[in-house]
Ligand binder design. Sequence first.
Ligand SMILES: Cc1cc2nc3c(=O)[nH]c(=O)nc-3n(C[C@H](O)[C@H](O)[C@H](O)COP(=O)(O)OP(=O)(O)OC[C@H]3O[C@@H](n4cnc5c(N)ncnc54)[C@H](O)[C@@H]3O)c2cc1C
Ligand code: FES
Ligand code: FES
Length: 1733
Amino acid sequence: MHLTCTSNLNDEPTALVFFVNGKKVSIENPDPKVTLIQYLRRNLYLTGTKEACSQGACGACTVMLSYYNHHQKKIIHYSGNACLTLICSLHGMSVTTVEGVGSTRNGLHPIQRNMMENHGIQCGFCTPGMVMTMYTLFRNNPEPSQEDMERALEGNLCRCTGYRPILEAFKKSCPCGLGLCQQSAEEKKEIADKKAGEKPSPDKYDKTQDVIFPSELQKSLEYSQRDVMFVGGGYKWLRPVSLIKLLELRAKFPNSTIIMGSQTSVGSKIRNNTLPSPEIICCTQVLELRRIVEEKNGITVGSAVTFAQLEEYLRGNLKETKGRDCNVASALLEGLRWIGADQQRNVATLGGHLMSVGQHDLQTFMLTVGAELNFISPKTKSKRVAYEKFMTNGVHAPDPSDILVSVYIPLNKQNEYMMFTKQPSRRGMDWAVVNSGLYVKVNDKKHIEALRFCVGNMENKPCIIEKVSTTAKGRSLDETWIPDASDAIIDQLKGCKTDALQYKISLACGFFYKLYKQILETIKPENGKNNFGLTPSLSSGAQYYDVPNPEAKEIVWKPIPHAAGKSLASGEAIFIDDMPQYTNELSMWFVTSAKAHAKIVSVDTSAALAVPGVVDYVDRRDVPGSNLFGPLYHDIPLFANKEVSYHGQPIGGVIAETREIARAAAKLVKVEYEDLPTIFTIDEAIEKKSMIEYVANHTNGDVEKGLNEAEMTLEGVIETGAQEHMYLEPIAALVVPKIEDKEIEVFINTQEAKGVQADVGQFLGIPYNRVTVRVKRIGGSFGGKALDTITASGTAAVAAWKVNRPVRLIYTRTHDVKTTCKRHPTKTFYKAGFSKDGRVTALSVDMFINAGWNSRTTVKVMELGMIAMESTFDIPNYRGTGRVCLTNLPSNGAFRGFGAPQGTFIIQSIMYDIAKKIGMPNDKLREMNIYKEGDRNIHGMVLKDFNLPICWEECKKQIKFEEVSKEIEEFNSKNQYRKRGLAMSSAVMSIGYPMLFICQAGAFVNIYTDGSVLVSHGGIELGQGLFTKMIQVAATVLEIPVEKVYISETNTVTVPNTTETGGSFVTDLNGGAVMNACQILKDRLQPLRDAMPEASWEQLIQAAYFSRISLSATGFYKSREKGYDFKKQGEGEYCNYNSYGAACTVVEIDCLTGEHQILRADIVFDVGKSLNPAIDVGQIEGGYVQGTGLMTLEKVVFDKDSGEVTSYGPGNYKVPGIRNIPKEFNVTLLKEAKGENRPLYSSKGIGEPPLLLAAGVHLALREAVNAARKEQGHNENYRLECPATPEKILMGCDGPIKKKVNTIEENNQNFFSPSFLILQGHNLFLQKNFKMSLYDGLDIDKEEGGSTKPVVAGWSSNYKLLQSQLQAKKASSSQSRKSPKGLYKKSNDSELYFNQITGRIERSPRMPANLGSSPFIPSEPVPSLTGVADEYDPLRPNDYEDFVKKRKEQRMKEREEDMRKRDNDEDRHSRRRRDRDRDRDRDRDRDRDDYNRRGGGEMERAQRRRDEEEEDDYQKPMKPGGGAAIAPPSSLIEEDQVSNDMGGSPIMPNRSGSPPMGYSIGLGGSVASKIMAKYGYKEGQGLGKSEQGMSTALFVEKTSKRGGKIIHEKDLPKIVEPPSREPASNTNLMKNPSKVVLLRNMVGPGEVDKDLEPETAEECSKYGRVIKCVIFEIPNGEDDEAVRIFVEFERVDSAIKAIIDLNGRFFGGRVVKACFYNLDRFRRLDLGGELDS
Ligand SMILES: Cc1cc2nc3c(=O)[nH]c(=O)nc-3n(C[C@H](O)[C@H](O)[C@H](O)COP(=O)(O)OP(=O)(O)OC[C@H]3O[C@@H](n4cnc5c(N)ncnc54)[C@H](O)[C@@H]3O)c2cc1C
Ligand code: FES
Ligand code: FES
């Protein structure tokens, strides 16, 4: 074929042409900012390709890119990240997405089917990316080896499955159907043996199913051989095909930007519109830059050659790579191998890599090898620059206009050797911590002629260690001088300004040692070979469970695939961002705090509002209801008030036409702050006494005595770090307001549908029945999509309400990680007493937990952590305390295990420490102390069916523990640089909540006339297989095939009042409810079935329909009758049952780099009789792998100044990848587990417990590190930090290098990378200055026969000290931190809110202040921005100043017009108000006369008598299972402590201030409607009945501002501290509830008038006789706390009635808070004014 080269760069712009799934796409004016993923999802509606990180680091967006290579005459396919690919780079290419591979309609591809059938799908968000990666591999190589598959999957992350089943699915897609293709004969035999009896998958890869490459691209040279120019989005994209043209363009546009693969900052600059000039020159098609030329002594590689091409060339073409170790080519291959993953290597170019700013791997390589760079520029001729010289200029071209044409790489001559290596934090797709290259030239095989050792990533460029070169010159070729070389390396690097200096220098020294020795081995093979690095191995695994009888009619217990597997594998499954757009839909983006703790001085939104496409701005002033929410207390602002408490806190939000405009405009909002002091770590919080007052206390026996009497004692500190959920689907919300009756529909990926419904209702001030929450599925959650989704749905709802249009809010990965909760870090001080033979007799633990800025769920997490500590071992004397630290970080929250992983890790580590102390095998020590069947544990549970010892024994047997132990010992003795460790671990986790009110679930089952069944229930599918299990339950009860049953979504309309999905209990709860509903239906159908036994299911249903039998039923399930109260330790039932498991883990570490691998993990788990063994195995594998992340890789890093999370995406926060899973992973579901009589087909909950077993990974690593240390003469027990990163392992291993680097001073300020601190107890900047131990200075390590000093005296005095410090904190008025219900908060919202409701401040022009009219009827049209949009591209800042000015003027005019309109309105309003007041007074007089005439007084007396009679009922003890209760819920008691009084009462604690369960928000007859009647409103006037109370109440609020009694601070009497008195505890109040009721948030600030006291007293008299009513208004008090109304009743029961009726009631858009108030305090109040405790 003749190749022509034509140009149209000076002509008209070209249309961009590419193909997607075989269909041609042509775009006239393509915008270079647009990425492929945006185009696929938003323009082509191909939403199968998922966007999880937008950083190229997770692989969820993987697509196959193909082009025709006209030179090679072949189609090239490669995988790429659609999130990084700019559409303009696709000209002439073909894109295949998951939709093009297979579909449910036209048939799934074998890979897709195998993913489903092999259970490789859980949440399914990663699945399309996985499918595309493997599909591309198979297209290029139909018989890939397992190594090929693992390598291909390095670029794809999955947070759910643990990868094993995914790999299995791909192996099965091989032509042989078993994954045996391309394996060596040996491997084939081994695998075949393991798979003996297994049938090959029928779904093999078949080429005929592939998408056909477009012939147009194959035939035409037009696309690849022709210069092109695209003009669009304010840019010119120029793509020349020759060097001459490139130079011409460069001359014409000297500021233009060169791009290649566009994977680095240049890509993000284009996407974010921050390039210096609009011309982009894409060089990927310039022929001269795409060549590899073989020269005499080397190769010249064009700068546009991709890594993948270079690798292919080196492997295939270069003779030098073959048959010789330690040559340049193999070193380069090693360098290329570990850069990113395939998706990056396929597009990243050598030129782009070397010209990128910052440290890159091959820079060190080029320096070592002595490469030369060929540059050219329009001004100068071409020039060749030595890489070393280039680097001295920094990583930039010598001249800014220079273009890198090619790189000359010299290849070794005889007697030259080279090696390259790098150490990442995670093996597979990770950047180097340090990389190194070593070049050695020898003269006569005896002496070193020249040596160059280069190290990268120490500072901003790689360096040559000159001193090593000089030391080496002339030395004989042996090891004798290695110590001198190490000294030289340390000497040169010790001044580097970098973090983790000691570690990096140790790595550099280790690299030198390893590389030099390997070169020596090559030169002198006769000297033998050392084994460096980890033992190479590939992954395998086995799963053992009882295979159910395939003939059995029950569908439960069978391993059926994921119910939505087909849709997920084909990309058809819909997540929130996949939902089609509403035509009038808008996007919202946050304005967040840039400070960790500060006052907001001002917020200027003018620049943002001026951007075309921006529709509005929302903040706290726009929240129509309450701006506060929270699970226990309403103390979390939806939008920040006057203060921000963590970096990333939402302050406001910009609403715009697109998400890009909203995000860009939000950056323009200027917020001024005044800094306040910050606290980040537990140490700081302890030091500054920033803790809530509640202290959890669990005791058993007498710990002081136990410790005193113990033969030996040991103390220590154990820390656990934070963990980011990193679910693949970021938080997303779509809120759709309805025109009618203030309904609002919320689509949100939440675990907490009920919570979202309640909180959205309260934010908007509308009843819950107007809020519909819909959740189809969630792309992973792990506890992270609970409270944080309330922020998302709440802010989007307020925005949608304000603009009256649907609003979508999709978190970016960065925002999600930076602002949402993490797993709580903990720090625990312990002291243990034990006998010499290993019996632990006493244990005292003091746990501190980092809550973040608000302790929303922390108390519960801490308590569960403490329970986990107590659940495994029988320790007769135990005392545990837990304290909650408040810091300025995002509030931490639920994460798989909810405290149990921390508790388990702590107790397992303590046991390990004790075993080491007495020199006993740690498995033996634990076996000796584990509880026994029938024991009663510390929270009073009798351990019946205690399967833990069985799992433990089974696991040991499975792995052949003793044998493996010996093998490891032997291995360690033979290997100097690799060590192995082995450890057992166990998991005990309570299933079923202590609080009974959340142990309930509902279901709704419909049968349709075709026999199909629709099941709805309250659980949410987050990947845990819940829907599949529920379908199995329904099908089993109804005795129909699973195909007949379908679950569409979770929806608050079909099943209300759902319990949050979590706690591994959701299957039990909802399964119970589904079973119940199905059983009801089955019973109903039974008579018909008896009458027509032969009828099919469909016939039966038809008959039922014609017989008028209802075919729908609701089901309900509640578990056990007794709850648990942490205050009454040991009473009640803490949970339903325990889940048990044991694991044995074998690890290997590299003592020169600190890297590790898990060689083997065997798990035996008790899941009862598994409902679905395949799903349960998946949960176990996934949980364990997630736990290994917590133990080894995952490090949350914060900037120590601003508190910003800097590990904000999968690129810099390492979750386990395919290379990090156990190489052999065996899972067994305990057979014939005891305890078969559990309600849901004898199954047990699963999901969280397996994660606990990963503690064993850490223990095994400790064993390995201890083995390495032993060799260095250290026999003491090493306390390895958690996570055990390569850094921690290497620094633990010790050795000669470590001893040398130990003397180097660490740089705690960071120069090279941003300053950071790791969010775990250990932190870099505090550790040096601050040390705290409760046991400091005590005689702790009481050795055998040692001191007889009373240890406990010292310990307890320290403990008391801490207690007194806490008390001092309580007393101190100067303390700034508050407990959740601590000191009175100053007002933030009140003024504004008051102004808003009184009309002083304008609401949004489209948001009527009067809720009486529908907020969804736009009162004025949305201002048109179309004209402006044409003039100005909002994302391009060029004409920005002018533009803003113009827009400001326009806005000003609009505002003036608006004000004029409002003034007129105001006149009208005041006239109306005057008239209304007059009418109201008249009506009131008339009503009063009327009332007296009708004998009202007598009616009142009769009511009182009835009340008194009823009082006796309240005194009666509660009947189990229902009836009225005397015990009020704990949230109804005003006290500073966090209450746990949640069990036992059928009245539920009030979540989010919602009405107590069982009481509806009936507004008719309420206080509000009485007031309404009093002010002359008639029932039903102009409104729906249920609305009138609310609207009237609002009216009352508005008009009750009559300048009444406002008490000013100066007028308040001084508070005299009363003589010491017993503080009232919750328990006291529970036993003896007060007669005083405190009402808050009934009226707003400034609305107190002289009539309010008598009016309230009168209103409250309906509950019983009122003694008095006192009202205080706190000047500047916070809105919902500002006015406090105290009502003293004559009798307690009246107070109870009042609370039950009033608490949570909507009252004029406010949610009233009613609770008991301490009688003593009320008396003091009565004296004149104590406002709070
Ligand atoms: C997920 C991910 C993981 C990664 N992992 C690693 C890793 O482990 N190790 C590592 O070292 N790197 C890693 N990288 C970085 C990767 O190697 C670089 O992104 C890539 O090498 C840049 O090449 P490019 O072709 O995309 O360059 P581009 O992004 O197109 O260009 C980079 C820069 O070079 C300039 N430039 C490009 N070509 C020329 C030229 N011919 N003349 C003058 N200037 C030019 C551009 O103007 C731009 O400033 C990773 C990147 C990603 C996205
Ligand atoms: S979304 Fe593209 S790699 Fe994560
Ligand atoms: S299934 Fe892989 S991320 Fe959920």
